[in-house]
Design a binder for this molecule. Structure first.
Ligand SMILES: [Zn+2]
Length: 481
């Protein structure tokens, strides 16, 4: 490989505090009518003074700890000055000179290999408002409307070092980050709703010629899938340019959903002068050691710790533990099911194949059944009342309707036949009808046993208990010698 890809990410995380960053307006504005969660502070009216939301600082510290960052005792807010219609104050409050945390890392799992991605910095800032373009297109619109509900919503910006070397790694990083945010209960992490936004810087090194392309910034990647798709497209585009000896412009490009390509948004431009200066209305944030210790002690078990515990405690493979721990709800569900069934490996298999497949098909992250459903299903299989094949057959209905397995079986008239006398009858009939097969068995062709099992399954439409059928057929054939 003579081309090496270099990717760094800038991720904005919307914190789910009750109120906004510097005022008491509610912060969960996603479904509110426009301009109904605003006040003089978040719209920058003269004389209005901001007050720091202390939950916001704690949430940011939690994320910083989970990302192994160094949290600074002293941090400060600054003003980033620029004009845009969605920014009524004319500046954004952010942390430029003294961010709350720096130098962390997050380990991600790539095809069984652990890769460490360094975090350069983590800082707190406020969100801007939203422009709603008539007809949804900024270029075609006759006018645009401003919704200021989002102004002042607390965000954490996470900047990685350029340690990612493929679009897939970038996607895996953001997926793992979202898992952690949800474990910490500090953000919904919903990319589709803008609660997690990811921009990427990508460049490619031609290792034979020892040259590196300019860096291209890619925006508008509002799902995990698009992070990977957009960066794959961009990587290919840059490599083609390098091959043809063309210059790769230093620019900002956006992922276009309809054409599945990246489109140039802004050409080569000089670093803007935002005239950053210390926010005069907000005192510095002093994060005491006591407060840090308190937050450390209140941290929940994080995904990596959970994976290690699952491997040790339940003796399941690392792959299983990793899949289960990616979603806290699923991990909790798994543990509750194991408590009831005492079958760690079987339950993990069931969740990873049958249940996750259902969830994927239904495009849901909600688990609509209880551990009772799983334990009843397993006990029906244990008692031989249903085969694993039947369990798999009825599971989608159980998951979709929330009906108990026994109810689904009854409604479908699908109980497994474990009536020995009944099965014996069928076997005997088959033996009388096919004396030749019985002879073959006697002469040592023991695999003819499959023929008799098949006859029983045919008669019972596959609902006879396979183990029992096997035993009975063997017993009767042995008895007939
Ligand atoms: Zn407000």
């Amino acid at each position: 490989m003579s081309y090496r890809t270099v990717i760094g990410l800038e991720i904005h995380v919307q914190l789910m505090t009750k109120t906004k960053a510097f005022c008491s307006c509610r912060a969960d504005v996603f479904e509110l009518p426009p301009n109904t969660a605003i006040c003089p502070v978040c719209t920058g009216q003269p004389g209005a003074l901001p007050v720091v939301n202390s939950s916001m600082i704690d949430y940011a510290a939690k994320i910083a700890l989970a990302l192994n960052c160094e949290i600074h005792e002293y941090s400060r807010f600054d003003r980033k000055n620029y004009f845009y219609p969605d920014l009524p104050k004319g500046y954004q409050i952010t942390q430029y000179f003294y961010p709350i945390a720096t130098s962390g890392y997050l380990d991600i799992d790539i095809d069984g290999q652990t890769k460490r991605v360094r975090i350069r910095r983590l800082h707190i800032e406020e969100d801007a408002g939203k422009l709603v373009h008539e007809g949804d297109s900024i270029t075609q619109a006759q006018y645009s409307l401003v919704d200021m509900n989002r102004c002042g919503i607390p965000l954490v910006e996470i900047v990685t070092e350029p340690d990612l070397s493929s679009p897939k790694e970038a996607r895996l990083f953001v997926e793992k980050l979202r898992t952690i945010l949800r474990y910490l209960e500090v953000s919904t992490g919903d990319m589709e709703k803008g609660a997690l936004r990811c921009d990427a810087n990508i460049s490619v090194v031609d290792e034979l010629k020892d040259i590196q392309s300019n860096r291209v910034e890619v925006k508008n990647m509002n799902s995990f899938k698009f992070i990977e798709k957009a960066l794959e497209y961009e990587q290919q585009r840059i490599i083609e340019a390098l091959k043809n000896g063309q210059n790769v412009e230093k620019e900002t490009r956006g992922w276009d959903l309809s054409s599945k390509i990246t489109i140039s948004m802004r050409g080569k431009e000089e670093e803007s002068d935002y005239r950053y200066f210390p926010e005069p209305d907000i005192p510095p944030v002093i994060f005491s050691k006591e407060r840090l210790e308190h937050i450390k002690s209140s941290l929940v078990e994080l995904p990596d710790q959970k994976i290690e515990r699952f491997i040790e405690f339940y003796k399941i493979p690392r792959y299983d533990a990793t899949v289960l721990a990616m979603n806290k709800e699923i991990a909790d569900f798994y543990e509750a099911c194991v408590k009831q069934t005492n079958k760690p490996k079987e339950v993990s298999n069931w969740i990873m194949t049958e249940m996750l497949r259902e969830m994927k098909q239904l495009e849901t992250e909600q688990i609509s059944i209880t551990p009772m459903h799983i334990s009843e299903l397993f006990s029906l299989m244990d008692k031989g009342e249903i085969s694993i094949k039947m369990a798999k057959e009825i599971f989608p209905e159980i998951f979709r309707t929330g009906k108990m397995p026994s109810q689904v079986l009854e409604e479908r008239g699908m109980k497994q036949i474990s009536d020995e006398k009944f099965i014996e009858q069928i076997v005997r009939k088959a033996m009388t009808q096919n004396p030749k097969a019985v002879e073959q068995y006697k002469s040592g062709k023991t695999n003819i046993i499959g023929y008799f099992i098949g006859q029983v399954m045919k008669e019972t439409k596959g609902s006879a208990n396979p183990q029992l059928v096997n035993d009975i057929v063997k017993r009767l054939l042995e008895g007939s010698t």
